[in-house]
Ligand binder design. Structure first.
Ligand code: DP6
Length: 337
């Protein structure tokens, strides 16, 4: 680490720090599995939609008087695990910037964190952008995406808006040109449980990779599903997009179910919502489901059907709340913290 008194380096550091906002994203073609655990590279390609309704605001200030990184998440001190992941990202930024100062970090979600909705994607994308700005560095989006990906693979995708692709083994995500589809579609999220998720995605996927007899089948199916979904999206064939999306989540969960110990993220309400989605579809609505490392169900629909889908999902017993989201934009720096 260079000297703390390196005046040239410190002169670049904005005294007030920087604030960044990033949106969460939901994968239509799922990432589950690591090609390189050390470097945190994905084993399969994924494709996501960035969501306007779920965002994280993160403030970072490098402070010559701070003795250690100080991390506050949603108003409370971060637990040791989360704080260590934040410091690891800050260390990468400090090493490139030649900066020795510790940082004060606050991060707040505009959606209930206790609902168990993914916050690491938006969180690490916002942290990457805010930390670079606070260190006086200005990186192009692909480099910001690679920095976020090193902390959490799905965060690489939250650096960009709309539909975003991340290839197998890739360092950074890239926008998947589908602007018309992004404005035509909505994601309707049925929250089926409160409280944080039981097995984190990193731990869950490493266990799946190590023990599931179906992991190799997933590894060969996932790229085909991704290619099918991408082609359907490019052609504006939304039913094909929906079919591929459901196939992706069901293949991923089948692989998890076969792990030891079995990884079962669903609860009874999860299945109740998926049944309602299939009934809706049978009655002519456009509605397709996807689930991640938790019991909530995200339903892809068209803008003009989103209110109907919302009402239908709210009526499913055990659904706590429903959030409707349009496509969100890229992560952005908002200036001083
Ligand atoms: C099911 O990106 O949270 O949401 O790289 O270990 O931090 P790490 O995992 P993470 O996994 C997300 C898994 C998923 C599918 C997806 O978002 O593609």
């Amino acid at each position: 680490m260079p000297s703390l008194t390196n005046a040239a380096v410190e002169a670049r550091v904005p005294p007030a720090g920087c604030r960044a906002v990033a949106h969460s994203n939901i994968a239509l073609a799922k990432y589950w599995g690591k090609r390189d655990i050390e470097r945190n590279l994905p084993d399969v390609p994924s494709l996501s939609l960035t969501l306007a309704a779920l965002s994280t605001t993160t403030r970072v200030r490098f402070d010559p008087d701070a003795r250690a990184d100080e991390v506050t998440l949603n108003g409370a001190p971060a637990d040791a695990g989360a704080a260590a992941k934040v410091s690891a990202l800050l260390d990468r930024v400090r090493a490139t910037a030649g900066l020795g100062w510790r940082a004060r970090v606050t991060s707040d979600n505009d959606f209930p964190t206790a609902s168990g909705l993914a916050s690491s994607a938006s969180g690490f994308a916002a942290l990457a952008l805010a930390a670079l700005g606070a260190a006086g560095l200005s990186w192009a989006p692909p480099a910001v995406s690679a920095l976020a990906r090193a902390s959490s693979v799905s965060a690489a995708r939250s650096v960009f808006g709309g539909f975003v692709a991340l290839e197998a083994g890739a360092s950074e995500a890239a926008p998947a040109a589908a602007a018309e589809a992004a404005s035509a579609l909505r994601m309707v999220i049925a929250v089926t449980e409160t409280g944080p998720k039981k097995v984190g995605s990193t731990q869950g996927m490493l266990g799946t990779q190590r023990t599931s007899p179906y992991y190799e089948a997933w590894r060969s199916a996932a790229p085909r599903i991704y290619t099918e979904l991408r082609a359907a999206l490019a052609g504006g064939e939304f039913e094909r997009v929906g079919d591929a999306m459901e196939h992706s989540t069901l293949c991923m969960h089948a692989t998890m179910l076969a792990a030891t110990p079995a990884l079962i993220y669903w609860n009874p309400q999860t299945l109740a919502v998926t049944s309602r989605v299939r009934e809706l579809r049978a009655s002519g609505a456009f509605a397709y489901f996807t689930m991640d490392a938790g019991p909530h169900v995200k339903v892809l629909t068209l803008a003009d059907q989103a209110e109907r889908v919302r009402r239908e999902l709210e009526a499913v017993p055990g659904v706590h709340r429903v959030i409707v989201s349009a496509a969100g934009g890229a992560a952005r720096l908002e200036g001083a913290a």
